[in-house]
Design a protein around this ligand. Structure first.
Ligand code: DX5
Ligand code: ZN
Length: 214
């Protein structure tokens, strides 16, 4: 299995010191920066938008991994691409089936990686026909909307299905409730990208926390 990509979620950072916190995770060995975008419609919370991504682009060279938890993601793909995103992931549940592959192409045309995310109640079989069109599949291991929730074990059981049906170079990401123990469960089952917010930002030693996920 390839290297594990660690993508700390800045949702659990101190927004009053966002630049400082991003430099801290970069120094501590993070591979990507996970940016949770919520619109108060697709999920019951509002978080970060385009101007914030534009600002954080200036303080880090790490790839910006933008997780769109919004309705009508098409509208925001270009603005986030222009702001400096490197990976854009949207939710299967937020779009029409007929536009899924086209949206992935649209993201890739900006030179970015595309990701398709599924919520805990979505079966992996539902998206099998779309997997080949994406660089990454994001398996949510909590209900999207908030940091600090408990890992839903059964969601990790979707991972071997994707590993079996996808090309070897598919990035398989998990997001929600990831700590040193749940990370091991997920990587054993085939995940190679781990998003972790509260576990990393609430730890006393961020380098050790990131290291413990690998
Ligand atoms: C939840 C977000 C996650 C969240 C993870 O909707 O997509 O990225 O920040 O937070 P933790 O790691 O605390 O569960
Ligand atoms: Zn996320």
């Amino acid at each position: 299995m390839s290297k594990i990509i660690i993508s700390p979620s800045i949702l659990s950072s101190d927004f009053a010191n966002l630049g400082r916190d991003i430099r801290m995770i970069e120094k501590a060995g993070a591979d990507w920066v996970h940016v949770d975008v919520m619109d108060g419609h697709f999920v019951p919370n509002i978080t970060i938008g385009v101007p914030v991504v534009k600002s954080i682009r200036k303080v880090t060279g790490l790839p910006l991994d933008v997780h769109l938890m919004i309705e009508n993601p098409r509208k925001f793909i270009k603005p986030f691409a222009d702001a400096g995103a490197n990976i854009i992931t949207f939710h299967y549940e937020a779009v029409e089936r007929t536009e899924i592959l086209e949206l992935s192409e649209y993201i890739k045309n900006f030179g970015l990686k595309s990701g398709l995310a599924i919520k805990p109640d979505t079966n992996p079989e539902e998206i099998i026909e779309y997997i080949g069109g994406f660089d990454m599949i994001l398996v949510m291991t909590v209900e999207p909307g908030f940091g600090g929730q408990e890992f839903i074990k059964i969601c990790a059981q979707k991972l071997p299905f994707f590993r079996e049906y996808a090309d070897e170079d598919l990035i398989l990401q998990v997001d929600g409730g990831i700590n040193d123990e749940t990370a091991r469960v997920c990587t054993r089952l085939g995940a190679n990208s781990l998003v972790a917010g509260s576990y990393i930002f609430n730890s006393e030693n961020v380098s050790e926390a990131i290291g413990s996920l690998r």
